[in-house]
Design a protein around this ligand. Sequence first.
Ligand code: COA
Length: 185
Amino acid sequence: MSGETGTRSTVFVRRAGPGDVGPIMAIERACFPSPWPPGTISGDLRHPQAALYLLAEFDGKPAAYLGGWVYDVEFHLGSVATDAAHRGQGLAEILVLAALRHAAQTGLERTILEYRVSNLAAAALYNKIGFQKLRLRKHYYADNLEDAIEAKMGDLQAPETLTMLEEKLQAWQAQRGHELQLAEL
Ligand SMILES: CC(C)(COP(=O)(O)OP(=O)(O)OC[C@H]1O[C@@H](n2cnc3c(N)ncnc32)[C@H](O)[C@@H]1OP(=O)(O)O)[C@@H](O)C(=O)NCCC(=O)NCCS
């Protein structure tokens, strides 16, 4: 609920484009110790066939983003981040669910991601959504040589996976109580 008005807050999830590099970089810089350079993100945003970037606006304000890349039949989820003021509202979860559904609808077969072994919030997020841990990748992160956990959601074309994603989208709305607007991606 919106604290000021008592009305429901609106979460609007849409595909990000080249004009969104500013808000995405603001979230990226606030959330990661080693943010991607703006040139990398603006390059991705200019190639929507190779990269999928989603933005979640909370009551009209950019609050979270997700970015990843398409390699053949695989979606590699690179980043999901929510600015500190909007955490705990389900924004990362809805972004990942929307990206997975889009990946499935566009014929991709699996989604892969990595996260730092120390990142318990990421572990809980991906576990809640249904990712399975694949393996430990030793010294994966260049900044501190921390290990990564690689996780996967396979079988994106299986009917039961699509059903599971739809159920999780409905459960999200029931849990969060926000008005969800999911744009055509
Ligand atoms: C991890 C992060 C993206 C979560 O964003 P968020 O929008 O607050 O997450 P959500 O509200 O969608 O949470 C969904 C689920 O994730 C898990 N989760 C999220 N934050 C958590 C935390 N701090 N501790 C434990 N579990 C957490 C919970 O299972 C939660 O479900 P619940 O609310 O029913 O308990 C956010 O903390 C962040 O931006 N961190 C810095 C960047 C980062 O580490 N990104 C992930 C690796 S790329």
